[in-house]
Design a protein around this ligand. Structure first.
Ligand code: UDP
Length: 277
């Protein structure tokens, strides 16, 4: 593979499909990539003793919520008949495998990073969409609707919550982990902005407001659907993903700074600049 001269100083392993619609439609392929391929990557990295920042996922915390998720919280997934959970199951297995190997690794759990260059947008990237029969993550779905003057589709009840973290903040957070490697190696760390919690209803509203300010166009009234109608019968939702960033602050001194309004404004602005002339 590589000799001592060009061995990497560090590897960031972000290899994964991270789209619920894909897990529901292609559970086996999700497992193949998100566990089997990743296991090979991890084995190789460990053979060469290269420090690793491994991307786990906030999805591992699962479907129930009672208090902010810490890295020690229980991970409660739905039943095996709900294929949505194969992604979380694959990722938690990999986290345990990495810890069992006692690798020179920090496992990070990202909480809904957004910003420029998000997923593909189905009505904009027609060439990609022709090969994809699933929908992207919700910020991309909403951007797609705004850019094409369609109604956003909100999965009922719309009160489900996520914490959105602006990508520049996320990158700074990950860099601060690398800069504090002796404290972070061997650890699992939540990365994100717990102050940026929003319901999906409010996300649609805020993205519509950003669009109005930028273009003068009023977003269409959203349509409400059931999750299984949008995704298929293997779908279950995560009700809330509020988490603790105390460990991150304790080990690195870093915390996210970019607030929700700015995060959404910058995400919508970047998409408008990229896709309209
Ligand atoms: N969702 C929605 N409309 C869409 C796509 C998703 O209301 O067009 C909802 C989805 O049911 C979930 C939330 O938005 O409650 C976040 O979904 P996303 O696909 O971004 O992934 P997640 O954060 O659940 O991993």
């Amino acid at each position: 593979l590589w000799g001592t001269c060009n061995k990497p100083d560090l590897v960031y392993n972000c290899v994964a499909v991270a789209t619920p619609a894909y897990y529901v439609k292609y559970p086996e392929k999700t497992f193949d990539l998100d566990f089997t391929v990743n296991k090979n990557i991890i084995d190789t990295i460990d053979t060469f003793k290269i420090p690793l920042v491994h991307f786990s996922t906030s999805e591992v915390y699962g479907k129930t919520w009672s208090e902010p998720y810490t890295e020690e919280s229980d991970c409660v997934l739905g039943p095996a008949s709900k294929s949505r959970w194969i992604y979380a199951a694959s990722k938690i297995l990999l986290d345990q495998y990495i810890l069992a190997r006692n690798m020179d690794c920090c496992i990070i759990r990202p909480f809904n990073f957004i910003g420029h260059d998000l997923d593909w947008l189905p009505d904009i990237h027609k060439d990609i969409s022709a090969e994809r029969s699933w929908i992207p993550r919700v910020p991309s779905c909403f951007l797609n609707s705004l850019l094409t003057s369609k109604s956003m589709t909100i999965v009922r009840p719309g009160t489900q919550k996520r914490c959105y973290t602006y990508i520049d903040d996320a990158v700074q957070g990950i860099i601060s982990i690398v800069n504090n490697w002796s404290k972070c190696r061997g650890e699992i760390i939540n990365v994100g902005n717990p102050n940026n919690e929003t319901t999906i209803d409010q996300l649609a509203h805020l993205m519509g407001n950003s669009w109005l300010e930028l273009t003068g166009e009023v977003a269409k009234v959203p349509i409400y659907v059931d999750g299984v109608d949008l995704y298929g019968k293997g779908y279950e939702d995560s009700e809330r993903r509020l988490f603790s960033d105390e460990k991150m602050k304790r080990l690195t001194g870093w915390e996210a700074k970019i607030d929700l309004d700015t995060t959404i404004d910058m995400t919508v602005k970047a998409a408008k600049e990229e896709y309209t002339s």
